[in-house]
Design a protein around this ligand. Structure first.
Ligand SMILES: [Zn+2]
Length: 199
């Protein structure tokens, strides 16, 4: 335990995902020894991101405007929607350069253990987007783990009566993992080899 503000910093850092007590301590001491200009830049980036960044009103991706970059781009195919769990998955898919459609960010995955049900995700918003008939194919690109599979199956059943083409990324992605950890080539292939979901 350290005194006052140093401990406060360690505690705050320790609340971040993936940062254990040891890492929190290491980062705190790095900041203590860093150049004041660098620390001010970090502090500025932290406050700016909360002030300026919000979520796209259509797809739920991070955005500095009402609509995100993808939703604003008229060259992106509006008939194709790739459904992902988190904004970071949009970044992962964009890196592959394989996908020219639009996105829908659910904001998580169905997880009974963590108390996340369908109503906690942006599924209602997705159904609203499908209402006008523009969208003809949905690619369910939720993570290749238990929660992601459960979410894809739930969505496929929900979408079935609408007669849309519903596909899931091809196998080959590391099972149990997170979409963002797949390399571009593997993820790109998974898009090309996507298969129809029959539920
Ligand atoms: Zn958007």
């Amino acid at each position: 335990m350290y005194e006052g503000v140093v401990q406060d910093l360690i505690d705050e850092l320790g609340r971040l995902p993936g940062v254990g007590p040891k890492s929190a301590q290491r980062i705190a001491f790095h900041i203590l020894q860093a150049d004041p200009t660098d620390v001010r830049r970090l502090a500025h980036a932290l406050t700016q991101v909360k002030e300026k960044v919000r979520f796209c009103t259509v797809c739920g991706n991070v955005s500095e405007a009402d609509l995100c970059r993808v939703c604003q781009d008229p060259r992106r195919d509006p008939s194709l929607i790739c459904v992902v769990e988190e904004p970071k998955d949009v970044v992962a898919v964009e890196r592959t350069r394989e996908f020219r459609g639009r996105y829908h960010v659910l904001g998580g995955a169905i997880s009974p253990i963590e108390g996340v049900g369908p109503d906690d995700l942006r599924i209602r918003e997705l159904m609203q987007r499908l209402a006008d008939g523009t969208v003809t194919e949905l690619i369910l690109a939720t993570d290749p783990n238990l929660e992601g599979e459960a979410t894809a199956t739930y969505l496929a059943r929900l979408l079935k009566p609408m007669g849309l083409k519903v596909t899931r990324l091809a196998s080959g992605l590391p099972v149990g993992g997170d979409l963002e950890y797949a390399d571009e080539v593997t993820l790109g292939r998974a898009f090309e080899g996507r298969r129809l979901l029959d539920v």
